[in-house]
Design a protein around this ligand. Structure first.
Ligand SMILES: [Zn+2]
Length: 207
């Protein structure tokens, strides 16, 4: 039985990207507990992922681990379940196609699974001003965040109210593309508005 060191595999070969890996440095080399932590050792796994995130060859390593179907451990900031899920989304031909795997890994590291990404950063990337103070959403009309889809109006609502909307979020201004937070309302706000309007109308009638 060979000794797992947790570092990228050593085989007789030319120097390549693997030698640049942080996991090759002395302080990380003998940390199999960390690199091969399972879902039950969340602290170790998080630490492995965060170490990978600082590694200069994080993407190359993740691509390599997906292409060669490494079963266990954290490679290129992707845990074994992440790699398995990524491979399941690809056809058998795509799983061995470097360009396709590269695109999928890039998405996994920088896209929806990236912990640095929040609804606020998504909002900041996707919106641009329109004339007269309205705000436009650019690109795809919905996003997936934390494993669930959001419409652009739900994102506008969430980042401004700090809570999930109740019912459908509707635009309240006349500009069709607009997602300005002040120009959207959820079911709860519309109901409150209806009550306010009714009270105001009653007050006007009574006076
Ligand atoms: Zn508007």
């Amino acid at each position: 039985m060979s000794n797992y060191t947790g570092a990228a595999p050593a085989s007789p070969r030319q120097t390549d990207w693997r030698d640049l890996g942080l996991c090759r440095q002395p302080q990380y080399k003998n940390q199999a507990d960390m690199w091969f932590a399972t879902v039950h050792d969340k602290l170790d796994r998080d630490q492995a992922e965060q170490t990978c995130r600082r590694c200069p060859v994080v993407q190359a390593c993740a691509i390599w681990a997906v292409l060669t179907n490494i079963q266990h451990g954290t490679w290129g900031a992707l845990h074994e379940e992440h790699r398995a899920a990524l491979r399941r989304r690809l056809s058998p031909e795509q799983r061995t196609d470097p360009a396709t795997v590269k695109a999928a890994v890039h998405q996994a590291l920088n896209g929806a699974d990236n912990p640095q990404r929040t609804l606020h950063t998504i909002w900041a990337e996707r919106t641009q001003p329109l004339p007269d103070g309205h705000l436009e959403w650019t690109g795809k009309q919905s996003v997936v965040y934390g494993g669930r889809p959001y419409t652009k109006k739900q994102v506008a609502f969430y980042i401004s109210r700090g809570r999930m909307p109740v019912g459908i979020v509707r635009r309240t201004c006349e500009v069709e593309e607009c997602v300005l937070p002040a120009h959207v309302a959820d079911g709860q706000e519309r109901a409150q508005q209806a009550v306010d309007d009714a009270l105001r109308a009653a007050a006007v009638k009574a006076s």
